[in-house]
Design a protein around this ligand. Structure first.
Ligand code: 5GP
Length: 126
């Protein structure tokens, strides 16, 4: 059972209570610039439905929502010209789920990062 809090910041963005720099929108998703970018292109893609994280989304969303969400990823990447098939140099997707992953907003989202060499996937702590 989901403990979704409809006062989270992305729920407020979806309701239009606070603004965002929109990149893409369709029936299933909203995509907008991250307010604290970690790369020249740092875009968030969120489902319009109320899901706390990827577990909640995949386990409880309809197949149409899951397919719609996934199809938005290349749509955004092509629109921004960051996919290699649209003339860019590629991009990275990240989705944090839970405390050790440092998820800070409890509305499922993926980060799409591009525009510089992103280096190895994780920085080693050893
Ligand atoms: P998380 O740490 O949950 O994976 O990522 C949450 C992201 O949301 C962070 O990268 C943070 O910069 C971004 N963020 C937090 N508040 C806002 C906001 O009000 N507007 C936008 N556009 N991004 C936000």
């Amino acid at each position: 059972m989901s403990n979704y809090d409809n006062q989270n910041i992305f729920a407020k963005i979806l309701r239009g209570d606070i603004p965002c720099e929109k990149i893409y929108e369709d029936e299933y998703v909203l995509s907008f610039k991250d307010v604290n970018p970690q790369a020249p292109s740092h875009i968030l893609i969120i489902p319009k439905g109320a899901y706390t994280d990827i577990n909640d989304f995949i386990e409880n969303a309809s197949n149409e929502e899951i397919i719609g969400f996934n199809k938005a990823i290349p749509a955004v990447a092509h629109q921004l010209g960051i996919s290699e098939t649209s003339g860019g140099k590629g991009y990275r997707l990240i989705s944090n789920a839970g405390s050790e992953a440092h998820q800070t907003v409890a509305h499922f989202h993926i980060h799409l990062l591009a525009g510089r060499n992103l280096g190895p996937m994780l920085v080693s702590i050893k």
